[in-house]
Ligand binder design. Structure first.
Ligand code: ZN
Length: 210
């Protein structure tokens, strides 16, 4: 076992440039029939009710086929993102650093099978499916499948905590993320019935459904 390091080692050092992000990267491909069938099978295995997607107002998220390795954390493994989102993220991180704000990665791309494993583990721990679905999205519906979503941390904050909303990193993101095409997916009282996730931001493409 490697010791858990708190600092993610960057593979690419990016000099901030006046990048022009017009947030018009091409939309993701529509999910294939095979993908829909894979997601359906996992939902049946996990016992997710058929009305789930309607109740939570969620859209099926395609799984990224092209990914870029942007960082390696000895504890958490590789951080992969779609090439468009990776470029925007690295520029945003560099810009924040210039302002004295450290944006750290907690998670990026996650496969449909990995998402199913997360839910399965929580159910095996005795949590009720209804509770699990308030904080973990069902496989196929996580924005992390696309490689466009990031969960962000900053030194001194508690990972995946609402306290992140009180940090200077969150204030910086509120002010600047949009210029890099990143938007908060689950603000307070969102219409998905998903808990407030101040750490979860998604790269916006032309035609991205929010
Ligand atoms: Zn997330």
């Amino acid at each position: 076992m490697f010791p858990r390091l708190s600092v993610v080692l960057p593979l690419l050092v990016v000099a901030p440039v006046a990048a022009d992000f017009d947030c018009s990267a091409p939309p993701l491909d529509e999910p294939s029939a095979a993908y829909v069938a894979k997601v359906d099978a996992l939902h049946r295995q996990l016992g997710i009710p058929s009305e789930y997607t309607e109740d939570f107002d969620l859209t099926l998220q395609p799984e990224a086929e092209t990914l870029k390795l942007i960082a390696v954390d000895p504890g958490q493994g590789a951080f992969l993102m779609s090439p468009d989102a990776a470029e925007a993220w690295l520029q945003m991180q560099a810009a924040a650093r210039m302002d004295g704000v450290e944006l750290l990665l907690l998670s990026t791309f996650r496969s449909v099978f990995r998402q199913a494993d997360i839910l399965r583990a929580r159910l095996e721990d005795g949590e009720l499916l209804e509770e699990v679905l308030k904080t973990s999205v069902a496989p196929g519906y996580s924005e992390h499948h696309t490689g466009d979503a990031v969960d962000i941390d900053t030194p001194g904050a508690t990972a995946f905590s609402e306290e992140f909303a009180e940090t200077s990193a969150f204030a910086w993101l509120e002010e600047n993320a949009e210029a890099f095409c990143f938007e908060l997916s689950y603000p307070e009282d969102n219409n998905h019935g998903i808990a407030f996730e101040p750490w979860h931001w998604r790269y916006q493409r032309s035609g991205t459904e929010i």
